[in-house]
Write a protein that binds this ligand. Structure first.
Ligand code: SF4
Ligand code: SF4
Length: 308
């Protein structure tokens, strides 16, 4: 068996660490998660991976271990000494034991940019899940303070999937109790194609109007390319820009124009902010992502640009 750090493997393969986590979760890469952001992989599987990605194994520092290690702490406790606090379920964690690997070290809390806001910190959220305080966590405001930036996971020595946990917690909140306009934005996006319900014709007219302004401001002949087939970049837009700050679009456009970039904006389903992600609404999330993918195929673009 081989032990390899997730960051090292990601660097070698040229993929994001989350891609590797997803491969492991889906079974595409048979491996076991270990403490210290490491994975345990059989030599045969590792050999296949190296072959697929053309990696020279001799260039890697690898640690070989016999047999299978313990991946979670095995702590012997007498049942009579255990005082149940909540009923732990698998709704929040992949397996109800998963959070047991948490050391309560607080590294996640130190790394989190919103630690301390209304008493939140990610370590507390993990503890609540581990202790089975699901309902209290779902009902609390804490998961909604999180920006889903992932810094806590970067800092966690035990590879606890804190972002996935907080995402699940948000998804369990009754939709009518999702804070702010987020859920309304999701419904609007599903129905009208963008979070603020801007009609297609108004959007295209606005693009033309802003293009004319840019033309007058020093980009002669500029016209925002709409639905251009075969462009390199498919550019999506945060709907607050056409709604309230259309001049902000000019910054991107000037750069594309000066660089001679090949780009286009789709006239439908151009929303670049997926509030399904922020609200834990996985079905909406998939639908909105699916529309972007359809646009990529329809317009035969090579690269998708998201503003957020
Ligand atoms: S993902 Fe959320 S909990 Fe983690 S560091 Fe970012 S804001 Fe904090
Ligand atoms: S950094 Fe990881 S191990 Fe440490 S408290 Fe946070 S979740 Fe637990």
């Amino acid at each position: 068996m081989i032990v390899i750090r997730i960051g090292q493997l990601a660097d070698q393969l040229g993929v994001h660490r989350n891609t590797i986590r997803n491969w492991v979760k889906s079974g595409k890469l048979p491996a076991r998660s270990m403490s210290g952001k490491r994975y345990l992989i059989t030599e045969a599987e590792f050999g296949k991976l190296c072959q697929e990605f053309g990696i020279d194994r001799s260039s890697l520092k690898l640690k070989y271990v016999p047999g299978a290690p313990v991946t979670t702490r095995e702590v012997g406790v007498l049942e009579e000494n255990v005082r149940p606090i909540g009923r732990r379920s698998e709704r929040l964690l992949d397996t109800s034991q998963w959070g047991d690997v948490c050391l309560t070290c607080g590294s996640c809390a130190s790394a989190c940019p919103v630690s301390g806001v209304d008493g939140f910190d990610p370590r507390k959220a993990v503890r609540m899940a581990v202790l089975g305080l699901d309902e209290q966590l779902v009902a609390s405001q804490w998961p909604w303070k999180c920006t889903l930036c992932g810094k806590c996971e970067e800092a966690c020595p035990m590879n606890v999937e804190i972002v996935a946990l907080l995402h699940r917690v948000r998804g369990l909140r009754e939709r009518s109790r999702v804070p702010g306009p987020l859920h309304k934005g999701v419904l609007m996006c599903l129905e009208k194609g963008n979070n603020l319900g801007i009609p297609r014709n108004d959007f295209v007219s606005l693009l033309n109007e802003v293009s004319r302004e840019l033309h007058d401001e020093g980009c002669p002949g500029f016209a925002a390319p709409v639905d251009v087939e075969g462009a390199n970049l498919l550019v999506t837009i945060n709907s607050k820009e056409p709604f309230a700050e259309p001049d902000d679009m000019k910054y991107w456009w000037k750069i594309f124009h000066a660089a001679g970039e090949s780009w286009t904006i789709p006239s439908d389903y151009w929303e670049g902010v997926n509030w399904g992600l922020f609200t834990g609404d996985d079905e909406a999330l998939k639908t909105i992502v699916g529309r972007l993918v359809e646009n990529m195929h329809r317009l035969k673009c090579r690269t998708l640009l998201l503003p957020e």
